[in-house]
Ligand binder design. Structure first.
Ligand code: FE2
Ligand code: FE2
Length: 314
């Protein structure tokens, strides 16, 4: 079939809400966009373990420690589902990880900010996982089958992440003067970076139109960001805290909250690798990979032993 016919059939499949599967014909740009997006998402899950992993030994109680360990493990699992989904598009996991470690592949900039106090664990769960959920709920209906299916399970775990974060802040917000101040300070530091997680404004976003047409995305960056602001502006009242934005105000006519301008210089600076923790995170990730080499080797040796055994039996 000539390519333009294949493209037409492909678009009809997408329009009919039928999932695209790994072995289906797809435009090269669709494959590449998905591969970039899914692998970047996988990297974000795995790098996201680092700032929180730092607090496991410092969690204030056994209960908090158990919750935090469970959350960090969930993120590892998310990384694994997503690497598997990305592999169906023709790149090996080893290659993806090599690209992450060389700096060629990106991960979410949010993880390049430091976690200074225990309240940051709450703020990350509530704000960072909260922002991620909005994006991920949309992705449960993305057109590429393996990605959409991975997101269904991930979303269930993400809602636990957000609740535990909010609950940790709720406890602090009812605590001593010092605890309340720590809670407010964490919210102040994580608010703007969380808004940046939705990416550049629609007018600046280069891939947006095509991704909407292919139903890779179903909402634009600005729509998702607005949903997030509307949700958090309400929830913050329950904490008795404030968001650090003097322009935040309910707009009756729009039926949404208005909010201030993001510092886009800061956004691009962190994307380009100059955030407060870019170098530190990447180095920690490389170290973890190297220190875990013996585990991978042991797993391969075990798998070989098992398959040799099975061959003998057969
Ligand atoms: Fe996750
Ligand atoms: Fe999460």
């Amino acid at each position: 079939m000539p390519v333009h016919h294949l493209e037409e059939t492909f678009q009809q499949t997408v329009d009919a809400e039928i999932k695209i599967e790994a072995k289906d014909w797809m435009p090269e740009a669709y494959r590449k966009t998905n591969l970039r997006q899914i692998s970047q998402h996988a990297h974000s899950e795995v790098v996201g373990m680092l700032p929180e992993g730092n607090w496991i030994t410092r969690a204030p109680s056994l209960k908090r420690k158990a919750i935090l360990i469970a959350k960090v493990q969930d993120e590892a699992g998310h990384g694994l589902y997503l690497y598997s989904a990305a592999e169906t598009l023709g790149m090996s996991r080893d290659q993806m990880i090599a690209d992450l470690h060389s700096g060629k592949a990106k991960y979410s900039s949010i993880f390049n900010y430091p976690t200074l106090t225990w309240a940051d664990m709450g703020a990350i769960g509530w704000l960072v996982d909260g922002a991620a959920i909005l994006n991920q709920v949309m992705l449960c209906r993305t057109s590429y089958g393996p990605y959409a299916r991975a997101m269904v399970r991930i979303c269930k775990e993400e809602s636990f992440h957000q609740r535990q974060g909010f609950e940790a802040l709720l406890v602090l917000s009812k605590g001593t003067q010092e605890q309340r101040a720590m809670c407010q300070d964490a919210i102040n530091r994580w608010w703007w970076p969380s808004l940046m997680m939705f990416g550049p404004r629609d007018s600046e976003s280069t891939n947006s139109d095509q991704s909407m047409k292919w139903k890779i995305k179903r909402k634009t960056n600005d729509e998702l960001r607005q949903n997030f602001v509307d949700m958090i502006a309400q929830q913050v009242k329950l904490l008795g805290m404030t968001l650090p934005d003097p322009d935040l105000k309910w707009n009756e006519a729009r039926g949404h909250y208005d909010f201030g301008e993001i510092n886009w210089d800061e956004f691009w600076n962190v994307v380009k690798g100059n955030g407060p923790c870019n170098r530190q995170r990447l180095q920690a990730r490389i170290n973890a990979h190297e220190e875990g080499a013996w585990v991978r080797e042991a797993a391969v040796a075990y798998a070989q032993k098992q398959s040799a055994k099975q061959k003998k039996v057969a």
